[in-house]
Design a protein around this ligand. Sequence first.
Ligand code: PEP
Ligand code: MN
Length: 627
Amino acid sequence: MIVVLEQSATEQQISKIRKYLVDHGLQIREIVGEKETILGAVGQVVIDPRTVELLSGVSKVIPISKPYKLASREFQKEDSVFNIGPVKIGGSRLVVIAGPCAVESREQIIEAAKAVREAGAVILRGGAYKPRTSPYSFQGLGEEGLKYLKEAGEITGMPVATEVVSTSDVELMAQYIDVYQIGARNMQNFELLKKVGSMNMPVILKRGLCATINEWLMAAEYLLSSGTNKVILCERGIRTYETYTRNTLDISAIPVVQKLSHLPVIVDPSHATGLRNKVLPMSLASVAAGADGLIVEVHPNPEEAMSDGPQSLYPVQFQKLMADVQAMASVVEKELARLPHKSISNKSKDKAVPTGLKVAFQGEHGAYGELAVTRYFSQQEVEPFPVPSFADVFEGVLKGDFPWGLVPLENTLGGSIHDNYDLFHQYPDIKIFGEIKLRVRHNLMVNKGTRIEEVKEAYSHPQALAQCTAFLKKHDIKPMVYYDTAGAAAMVAQEKDPSKAAIASIRAAEFYDLEILDEGIETDPLNFTRFALIGRDDLPQLENPDRASLLFALPDETGSLVRCLTLLAKYDLNLTKLESRPIAGKPWSYMFYTDINLPAQTEKFHQALEAMKDVVSDLRVLGLYKA
Ligand code: PEP
Ligand code: MN
């Protein structure tokens, strides 16, 4: 049952309620939400819930209708978000786990770890105890394998995941690993579930070969009721009459489970299909269906793999998978999890940013800029800090008021945000350290209880209104210009007039406690804004950048632009953007702003930069970063 506490409940009342429940044989989990605190009480309920409702401090008691309790959405409305080492999983994050089926040798796992890390994986997998169908197949290296796995994780900075097959290995394994994996064949090994659950560590629970969703969630319940609250469900294909693929990937299980449970759901496209050329399409389908992550088998040399070679990706295939998955992630408004880079986790080397670290954005709370900040820093605790203008973001970062700022550079429908390009020119000590592409989804929001028929006017920034014209026409709602989207949401919340709605981000609805009547009301769904993360240029640059942004001016002579572009082509550098801007105070003179795709080896780029100095003037590197 769920015991919702009164907001005014005192500590003393709460401990009395707890004692009452515990005395009646129930286990308790406390969930402190923004608006209410609840006690989840599970176990064999022998008391009448009405007696609990009568205790002072209790607001109401709600029975949980499902057989699984701690795993259910009824128990916890919000998505579970938790850490696996430094990596956060759940909510809007997309976590990619990759590595070989089995740890075969020290060299093999280190090579695999480096390859998957370089492509963007954030957790390393590799089996040391392999539950094989045949007793004559390779059974894994055991503890020796765990040692190599741990070492490979340390070298590459990734937490490690590995399968546990026996209760007697559970404690030993905890010294080496960050997350346990319960394999499909052991999903209903209840003694193993109880033992692993009691370790209080993250666990990946694979769906059994023939398990229903209910059985799978009941297995999760075993883990949760044994102590841990960090369970990741993994869909890995189920057995059907189809034999073309090794198993049949149940894509629809993802949204089904996400409705029933708050736990993150990841997909294993490798075991689901058994065929490496099916892994990419199934990964994209899983992300499109809302998966919170992927676990993919990658081997440095799949033909020589000791297990599951035919389904293991070559490292180059995995690189392509990561690029495509990233493109798909922004469509479903997820952010690919990155390991925090050193300059972001400033000062203390390994620690994440201290809580309360401020990141500046232009606008008010609820602005799209704030949403972009929370998505960019989805792996860290930061405080998005609103400032009135883009110039204030640059100025605050320069003065050191904020270590980071996030500013929009361009929108796929509206084009470049020139103010910010000009600010880079004015602030030579500010550089770009990263970028994020945010899908702009407009939502119609109202005060709680308002029906759409009551809404007569929608307030928002003129650009947002223009992007929602078809929707507004259809519902006969008048567009009303407001200075910005979040400001409009604040006004609607304050006025409480049911004829007024706002068009703004999901973050604005949360912040101003408005109800979203309709989401994604923009006419063109391909509406993305690219934001740049800016910081002072005395911070260390990121490792493995793949994009460079440059600013330069050209001498006023025939062919100067062609000479510059020819030079970039000569060094095999692919230009993704070129834009000219007038230079303030110098009528009819222009700066050129360009983005370049960086090859893995950046020497060519640096050689090209040297050569460019002879053909352009005022050359500045705005940043080398990950696009
Ligand atoms: C594995 O991940 O290597 C594995 C054996 O998976 P499953 O339990 O899903 O078959
Ligand atoms: Mn395998």
